[in-house]
Write a protein that binds this ligand. Structure first.
Ligand SMILES: [Mn+2]
Length: 272
């Protein structure tokens, strides 16, 4: 007998009614497993409703750049000038600390085994040179640092550190680079240097290619990698085992979920 499927949902970004419509399709009896690819909040209209639902139903996610930004704003340690944020209703609430504590438990990378197939979930992606063990130890390094001193971690993370880390890189710059890989990466060079500016489908800089076009060591150990973050791709990676699930709901596209058992994609159209 087949196990109950796990569905991984793309970037919700405060699109509450699309989120609930999608859940009704993929999990009408509330029996399937649901996991999110991060960026649950911001830019969209109903971040606080998404967060309420996520907390009440104990839905889990990996961390995205907007989730981290919300956490930094709750603590008041954010440095990024964000005059387009739509987090007012979350920030003004007494329960914002409860929200913060819930998000603090989210990892940067998560291995999910569904129906004997292994999927690795991250918000933006992983470095091609990383084995699964490298991914999991980078995740552990970050989550431990975040939990042990959230204020320090979240105020340090605002940085465009693009250059790969080495043994001599200090802890602070290591964390900055690793956060950028897991939550912001789109284009990289073969030497793992990040282009953190380009958000469209192709980079004008020749040496930079989408992170998923390189050969990925961790695909020796997992069957699939699932990521969000990059709405301009509209889910198209042309890769059999690396799947993008951000279909740009908050930009008028759609909200997607991937069934990890059979890799089918279910979408609902944006109401924006
Ligand atoms: Mn993102």
């Amino acid at each position: 007998m087949k196990n109950k499927p796990t569905f991984v949902i793309g970037d919700i970004q405060g699109c509450y009614s699309e989120f609930r419509r999608l859940l009704k399709i993929i999990d009408p009896m509330k029996k399937n497993k649901i996991f999110c690819v991060g960026d649950l909040v911001n830019r969209g209209p109903y971040s606080e409703r998404v967060v309420d639902y996520v907390l009440n139903n104990k839905i889990k996610s990996v961390l995205g750049n907007h989730d981290l930004h919300m956490m930094a704003m709750i603590l008041g340690v954010h440095k990024k000038n964000d005059n387009k944020h739509t987090l007012q209703k979350i920030l003004g609430k007494n329960k914002s600390i409860k929200i913060f504590e819930y998000f603090l438990k989210f990892p940067f990378a998560k291995l999910i085994v569904s129906n004997e197939s292994k999927s690795l979930i991250t918000h933006a992606g992983v470095l091609p040179s990383w084995s699964l063990n490298n991914v999991l130890s980078a995740n552990e390094e970050l989550t431990e640092a975040l939990k042990s001193d959230p204020e320090k971690f979240l105020s340090n993370m605002y940085s465009d550190r693009r250059k790969d880390i080495s043994k001599s890189t200090n802890k602070r710059n290591r964390a900055r680079f690793l956060v950028n890989v897991f939550t912001r990466m789109r284009f990289i060079t073969k030497d793992n240097k990040l282009d953190l500016q380009t958000k469209v489908k192709t980079s004008s800089r020749e040496k930079y290619k989408p992170w998923f076009v390189y050969e990925h060591r961790c695909l020796d150990d997992v069957d699939n990698i699932v990521f969000g973050h990059w709405a301009a791709l509209n889910g198209v990676t042309n890769h059999n085992f690396i799947k993008g699930v951000d279909l740009g709901c908050v930009w008028g596209g759609s909200l997607a979920a991937i069934n990890l058992n059979d890799k089918s994609i279910i979408t609902v159209e944006s109401e924006l």
